[in-house]
Design a binder for this molecule. Structure first.
Ligand code: CS2
Length: 478
């Protein structure tokens, strides 16, 4: 069945006011929908130019459809479909970096937003500073006119705006990182200072980098989703996305100039996002990653399958109750136990097929802010969070690359090779744990050398290797 280009092209498009890096499923199911919901295509100039840093996939999917696509909202027993028209153009950075820089230098662009995932920030997650050993960063520092990284594009475009006498755009990080705006600002300033100290000072004085908390569960779209949509609607939409009904966007209200009225679609504009972000990263992403590794090892394919196992559901409840919520302040307007109860219902949504393998990706970049910070806070209170330690051990077993049936695991992680080598450098759990804890990009020295933590993870890994994930989860529920 051909793409129904006529159907997807009918809507008028707003003029471009934003550039967005990272046009994957999450952005299309989240930022683009919030923007679509509040933008009048005739009178508002909030169209989004979406930019991929590497892959041509988003362009291949969106461009033939005039950048329109379907967002499929799936509840446990109901599906609704919305056509989204917020994207006005889609580009691939390596095809035309100069053209993208020229666009970003244009004062009509008020906001540059990012969903580039943790590794897109090219930083050392333990020390939080720019990773100058990253080859793309090295390239961008030398070739500012044809960058490869989001940081390179932002600094280069801000440099052009400064030279042209324009104000900066607001740089809006929408990735799952604590104080993501502050982190982005620090990295941009560090990068800019390596180019020109005056540029760094100008950005510091004039630019803004609001932090945000973003939340909507959005699994990768599958061919079956596209076929099901085609059977229902009569057109084949290669750019379609599937998402849960829930969404939450908390944004620090600190923009250089105007912005879409996202609050009219329910976004919360606040003075400080940090408590919201901590709650979301630790309660949601922390248990998501725990379920991803333990669930994958136990042979479960999706999160809804994982929480259908009463032992796993019990484990997650116990993590929230004893190990996670005691470490976080309650954000204004939230109730932590209601938040966690709602999370469990979201995980149970069988309309959403969120694969444990997908969430397990890039664990080396995710673990510090999702789980290890919580572990450290517990240890500071003289408590050993055994369930989170079991999740850390499951991650170690996962990156070891062989599942409980002896099959190879397709581990996707920038540190996959050193982690696998560390796992294989010893025969027993004690040695494996020591070798992996020595990875300073993931574990800070204080945690890696905490004896109670080391022993808890060693015991958990030994148990996983001997008895398997299901057994260990059942042991850990009380
Ligand atoms: C997930 C997140 O893939 C993952 O690592 O934990 O993408 C999660 O679905 C979102 O953060 C929910 O807002």
């Amino acid at each position: 069945m051909p793409a129904n280009q006529r159907l997807l092209r009918q809507a008028p498009k707003p003029k471009a006011g934003m550039v967005h890096f990272g046009p994957g499923a999450f952005f299309r199911a989240f930022n683009a929908i919030y923007t679509d919901d509040v933008t009048d295509p005739i009178s508002d100039d909030w169209g989004i130019v979406a930019v991929s840093l590497k892959s041509t996939t988003a362009k291949d999917q969106l461009a033939p459809q005039g950048c329109a696509y379907s967002a499929i909202e799936r509840g446990p027993d109901r599906e609704t479909i919305k056509q989204v028209n917020a994207i006005v153009d889609v580009r691939v950075a390596p095809d035309d970096p100069e053209g993208i820089l020229a666009l970003m230098a244009d004062p009509a662009i008020k906001i540059v937003s990012l969903t580039i995932t943790e590794k897109g920030y090219c930083y050392d997650s333990a020390s939080k500073i720019l990773d100058q050993s990253n080859l793309d960063i090295q390239h961008d520092l030398k070739h500012l006119d044809s960058p490869r990284t989001a940081l390179g594009f932002i600094v280069s475009a801000l440099n052009l705006r400064r030279k042209d006498g324009h104000e900066p755009f607001t740089a809006l990080s929408c990735d799952n990182l604590p104080s993501n705006g502050q982190l982005l600002q620090n990295l941009v300033l560090e990068f800019a200072a390596l180019i020109d100290g005056k540029l760094a000072n100008w950005i510091k004085a004039n630019g803004t980098f609001p932090s945000t908390m973003v939340d909507r569960i959005t699994p990768a779209t599958t061919p079956a989703d596209i076929d099901r949509l085609a059977a229902r609607e009569g057109y084949k939409d290669l750019a379609a996305v599937v998402h849960e009904p829930f969404r939450q966007w908390v944004i620090e209200d600190n923009f250089v100039s105007d912005r879409p009225q996202w609050e009219n679609a329910g976004a919360q504009l606040v003075q400080n996002v940090d408590a919201h972000e901590l709650m979301k990263l630790r309660c949601l992403n922390g248990t998501h990653s725990s379920m991803a590794y333990l669930g994958f090892l136990a042979g479960y394919e999706t999160i809804s399958e994982v929480v259908a196992d009463p032992d796993f559901a019990q484990l997650v409840h116990a993590m929230w109750r004893d190990e996670i919520t005691p470490t976080i302040p309650t954000p204004e307007g939230e109730d932590l136990s209601a938040y966690c109860a709602a999370l469990m219902q979201r995980y149970q949504n069988t309309g959403i097929q969120h694969r444990t393998w997908q969430i397990a990706m890039d664990g080396s970049q995710k673990l510090p802010q999702r789980i290890l910070g919580t572990v450290s806070d517990n240890l500071r209170e003289d408590k050993v969070p055994h369930r989170l330690c079991l999740a850390v051990a499951a991650w170690m077993r996962f990156v070891g690359g062989v599942d409980e049936q002896g099959n190879e695991i397709d581990v996707r992680d920038p540190l996959a090779a050193p982690l696998k080598a560390a796992f294989n450098s010893a025969d027993d759990a004690e040695g494996k744990v020591k070798a992996i804890l020595a990875q300073r990009q993931v574990f800070d020295a204080a945690l890696a050398e905490n004896e109670r933590f080391v022993v808890a993870v060693q015991k958990a890994l030994a148990g996983l290797m001997e008895h398997g994930a299901r057994h260990m989860v059942a042991e850990c529920t009380v």
